[in-house]
Design a protein around this ligand. Structure first.
Ligand code: 4FV
Length: 233
């Protein structure tokens, strides 16, 4: 059974959007995964079909109603992991992406306005995940980011040519620099070792470059990697 994703949103029409193109799109068309976008407004009950209301305690903006959101969740809940995309969530990382790709699917809740009544999140024990420390106008793009990262790891999606093994974060390090033809561009040459055919030397150069770049740009990633022990005095 292929990976099944359900996204609860007030804008189902924006899906699949970019997930319908390229790698994820081909995989979707090929049945390697499935996506349904469920309109939360379809679970509103009052004649104005309202999904939000003013915040208790005052303050700007509107809050999505727990009763409406929970009816939408109930319509798709079947044991798959429940994720609420929110800036309060744990930062989404490759390790969590890889774990989700090993599951049979996921339910993603995309908020709008100021957010969702806390009780709806608590009641279902949603896992909260954030795609970054900035505020989006809605959780939909965050849901697409998560799905794009997960789908490319699903069996049969990334051809043999591309490997998930050798990319950023896979070994806890940032990626080494890549080069292709022409061998000299604008007076800039490709590092000699890459033209040497000496695979051991190439692998050593790439490892050293990955460690150097990680040390310079994301030393936080080094804690816990082999490199940190090697580099440490
Ligand atoms: C977000 C993030 C995010 C907050 C208010 C939607 C918005 C609005 N989601 N990672 N960063 N969500 O900014 O996941 O409802």
């Amino acid at each position: 059974m292929s990976f099944r994703a359900s996204v609860l949103t007030l804008f189902p029409e924006i899906f699949p959007g970019p997930l319908g193109a390229s790698l994820a799109g081909r995989a979707l068309a090929g049945g390697l995964w499935a996506l349904e976008a469920v309109d939360i407004r379809g679970f509103a009950v009052d004649r104005h079909r309202s999904v939000d209301d003013t915040p208790y305690g005052g303050g700007a903006g509107m809050v999505m109603r727990a009763d409406v959101v929970d009816r939408a969740v109930a319509s798709v809940a079947d044991g798959r992991t429940l994720i609420f995309l929110s800036p309060r969530g744990r930062r989404l990382e490759q390790r969590r992406v890889a774990a989700l790709a090993g599951e049979d699917g996921v339910v993603l809740l995309a908020g709008r306005y100021e957010g969702i009544d806390e009780r709806a999140i608590e009641a279902r024990g949603f896992e909260e995940l954030s795609v970054g420390d900035y505020v989006l106008s809605g959780g939909e793009l965050a849901a697409m980011v998560l799905l794009d990262a997960v789908v490319r790891l699903l069996p049969g999606v990334m051809g043999a040519s591309a490997s998930a093994e050798e990319e950023s974060f896979s070994g806890g390090l940032l990626e080494y620099p890549h080069y292709t033809r022409p061998p000299v561009w604008e007076g800039r040459a490709v590092p000699e070792v890459l033209l040497s055919g000496d695979h051991a030397a190439i692998a050593a150069w790439r490892r050293a470059e990955a460690e150097r770049i990680t040390r310079e740009r994301r030393p936080d990633l080094l804690a816990g990697t082999v490199a940190s022990r090697a580099g440490a005095p």
